[in-house]
Design a protein. Structure first.
Length: 290
């Protein structure tokens, strides 16, 4: 898989003069022929912004849609069910990634711009805490799916990636086995991070695009990978979810992790634990794949 900058698209799409940007999430509104990219700006608080495009190349300047206390609105994952039903899940990390517990919350909107206060979500992740999530509505299954990297309290390292389902976006059931684990490949030796997916109902299979990292010296080297698995294999296999267990061996191309060429790195303070990368000023680029 080879990714390149989308032709004619300015990169980065947006910048910040304070703090850093993180956690972009794109929603397509077919009735409006518009892409909405939500993202988080981090400074003295968490600020959620949205920018729009009707062609994927030209984007507007965007607007700030709400503010939340620092580290309380991570990884906005937005679903548009209809013209007046929008949902956004975020992770409330309380005191940050070293905090004792992170929880998922849900906001609602009638237009994608004005959002409700957060409401709690019941998502049991086998005793772990959620981190940077992705959520989608699966119309052929009449349910929401969430892809969730998890961590233990007090740690910033996400070493497993779980998938969960919900009929209403509030009460979730987590599959017994992790979709991916740190250590399953050299590229993901230390971290499995925010990832995404697409369900293929004709084949009853799921395509996953994963992100993760390995530590080299004082730097995280970040990579992406892709794999395809049957839905039954993802949701109904019942192996142990222990942190030390590696992913099961690939069974042909269906289970193989195929590394992409998109790679970057972050630095961390000497002596700090994996997952505690130093803050830097980030911008949001856009890529496409043939």
């Amino acid at each position: 898989m080879t990714w390149s900058v989308a032709h004619g698209t300015p990169n980065p799409l947006t910048k910040t003069l304070v703090g850093y940007l993180s956690d972009p999430d794109i929603v397509y509104a077919s009735s409006r022929n518009t892409l909405y990219m939500y993202y988080r700006e981090v400074s003295d608080s968490d600020y959620i912004h949205v920018i729009e495009s009707t062609n994927g190349t030209s984007w507007n300047a965007g607007v700030r849609i709400f503010a939340a206390p620092l580290t309380s609105a991570l990884s906005p994952a937005v679903v548009r069910r209809s013209h007046d039903e929008w949902l956004m899940w975020t992770v409330n990390a309380d005191s940050g990634c070293h905090g004792p517990r992170a929880k998922v919350e849900l906001r609602r909107s009638a237009d994608g711009m004005v959002w409700s206060d957060p409401e709690p979500v019941d998502m049991d992740l086998h005793g772990y805490s959620a981190w940077h999530i992705d959520v989608q509505w699966i119309p052929t299954r009449d349910e929401y799916w969430a892809l969730v990297p998890v961590k233990t309290g007090g740690s910033c390292a996400t070493r497993q990636l779980f998938i969960a389902t919900s009929p209403d976006g509030i009460t979730w059931t987590t599959a017994p086995n992790a979709v991916a684990r740190a250590g399953a490949s050299e590229q993901f030796r230390d971290i499995v991070y925010r990832s995404t997916f697409a369900y293929d109902p004709s084949a009853d299979a799921i395509n996953f695009w994963l992100s993760g990292a390995r530590m080299v010296g004082d730097k995280f080297i970040w990579s992406t990978a892709a794999m395809r698995r049957s839905r039954s294999d993802v949701f109904f296999h019942t192996e142990s979810v222990g942190d030390a267990a590696p992913c099961r061996a690939a069974e042909g191309s269906r289970r193989e992790l195929r590394s992409a060429v998109l790679t970057g790195h972050l630095t961390r303070a000497p002596g700090s634990a994996p997952g505690t990368e130093a803050r830097q000023t980030f911008s949001i680029p856009v890529f496409r794949s043939a």
